[in-house]
Ligand binder design. Structure first.
Ligand code: ATP
Ligand code: MG
Length: 455
């Protein structure tokens, strides 16, 4: 799930401009994995860039910049960018100096006289790759995340940095199965994850004319008049700016952005494959997570979504006829592929069943394994029927169910789904944990009360 990008991204810093350019070009050409991502002439600029740019693996700096030394830079970045390693070049190399610098967070010191940049680059690359493996191991051992604050911070930053893009579609040509409910709650659950809080999440309403997302997110009709999918018609993929894209979106719950569907049926009818495809390609440029709420039909807009999605959630209810109908779609895609008409295997492979109990369970319900078998794709998760969904929809909190009652069975299931899809909750989500920690807080406050009585 987590990609390890191969290049090693380095910022080079030196107060002497000529020397800075020389170090930059020699380092850049020394090892194919090295990518110099920025150059700086003073310490403050260096710190600003290292803590705000994505994926800065290392710094190679002259030990003494005009305003800061490498030790001070290491100290500053310890919290704001703990995975960035600091390497420096120095004229003086006494044993005492090396010891002092290394004990204060500098990874390695190279002597200026006779420096060989190829060796410097190899050393930095080896060190960063070894560190990445170490973080990856820590990140995989879920327990490590809870141990020690420094580990937590480093692992969190590592996971946050290496998250890959997700485009998730909720799909079923049948209405009322929970496509919009799952899509909206999934978007919020992902944004609520500590690993995704700084990531850009957009919820896209592809149910043109239905405008489910606007309803669920309490977006007034007036806001969608100028800012809806039809307004993207003349936007050029290669000439967009983030500001322009944001101006076509509407701020939704908990910091997610919403691409609203037009409500006017005449306008909705104009949206076909090309516009839908263009919208998704543009959003892919600016967002880490794109959740598409599908329409209850088979249409060119849905075809574009099926093509662009990285995961397709077949939202099913445990009802015989509807499950058979969904199964027919998967079988048709298989048949088209088998006949050699078109190769659709890449679409079939992205499909997973999410069994959502939009109605209260009944004795006539199919069993989860029957649902998955009939559809012909694996079951990813079951989402229980929960009154919190209605409470969120009809109450006036303007919150989605996952946020309204984070400990509800529904919220836990959606968060687990968020983890299945994009690793949003690697520590796991267990209702017992929530209950346990609540109990602990209560015990502690009881203890306090006792001590208050006797103390
Ligand atoms: N897990 C659940 N628990 C309780 N109610 C649910 C659940 N999932 C969905 N519902 C309710 O079922 C109804 C249909 O859900 P939703 O609108 O999300 O379906 P949909 O597939 O998007 O429908 P459409 O195709 O018409 O857009 C809504 O009233 C919703 O509140
Ligand atoms: Mg819907």
């Amino acid at each position: 799930m987590y990609k390890s990008s191969n290049t090693v991204n380095i910022i080079v810093a030196d107060y002497d401009n000529m020397r800075l350019m020389d170090t930059f070009s020699k380092l850049q050409n020394s090892n194919p994995l090295v990518r110099v991502v920025a150059i700086c002439q003073n310490g403050q600029d260096l710190i600003n860039r290292a803590s705000t740019m994505r994926d800065v693996d290392a710094i190679l700096m002259d030990f003494n910049l005009i305003d800061l030394t490498a030790i001070e830079v290491a100290k500053e970045l310890k919290d704001s960018s703990p995975t960035t390693e600091i390497f420096c070049i120095s004229d003086s190399m006494s044993a005492e100096f090396i010891f002092s610098a290394k004990s204060k967070g500098v990874a390695e010191i190279f002597k200026r006289e006779g420096i060989v940049y190829r060796e410097v680059a190899d050393k930095i690359v080896d060190s960063i790759i070894a560190k990445r493996l170490e973080y990856e191991k820590l990140a995989n051992e879920h327990g490590a995340i809870e141990k020690g604050t420094r580990n937590t911070k480093i692992v969190k930053e590592y996971i946050t940095k290496t998250i890959s893009q997700s485009v998730i579609l909720t799909y079923n040509m049948k209405g009322g199965v929970g496509k919009s409910t799952v899509a909206a709650n999934l978007a919020v659950a992902i944004k609520l994850s500590p690993y995704y809080s700084g990531k850009r999440v957009v919820l896209v309403d592809f149910d043109c004319g239905g405008a489910n997302v606007s309803t669920i997110c309490n977006i007034p009709d007036i806001d969608t008049v100028s800012r809806n999918l039809a307004a993207w018609e003349n936007i050029d993929l290669n000439e967009t700016s983030p500001e322009e894209v944001d101006s076509l979106l509407i701020p939704g719950p908990h910091g997610i952005m919403v691409a609203a569907a037009p409500i006017n049926m005449g306008i909705a009818a104009k949206i076909g494959y090309d516009i839908a495809d263009n919208i998704l390609k543009i959003l892919k440029k600016y967002f880490d997570v794109i959740i598409i709420d599908g329409a209850p039909n088979l249409s060119p807009v849905m075809d574009a979504a099926l093509e662009q999605a990285t995961k397709i959630l077949l939202i099913a209810n445990p009802e015989g006829q509807a499950v058979k109908q969904l199964g027919r779609i998967v079988h048709t895609l298989n048949d088209i592929t088998a006949n050699g008409e078109r190769d659709l295997i890449h679409i079939i492979n992205k499909m997973f069943v999410v069994l959502n109990y939009a109605q209260k369970p009944s004795e006539w319900d199919l069993k989860p394994n029957e649902v998955a078998r009939t559809i012909g794709r694996p079951l990813l998760r079951e989402i229980p029927n929960d009154d919190v969904v209605k409470k969120a929809l009809h109450g006036n909190s303007a919150k989605q169910a996952v946020e309204l009652e984070p400990e509800s069975e529904f919220a836990i299931a959606i968060k687990k789904l968020a983890n299945d899809l994009c690793g949003a909750y690697p520590e796991g989500v267990k209702q017992e944990d929530v209950k346990k920690s609540k109990k602990k807080v209560k015990e502690n406050s009881d203890k306090k009360k006792l001590f208050g009585l006797f103390g």
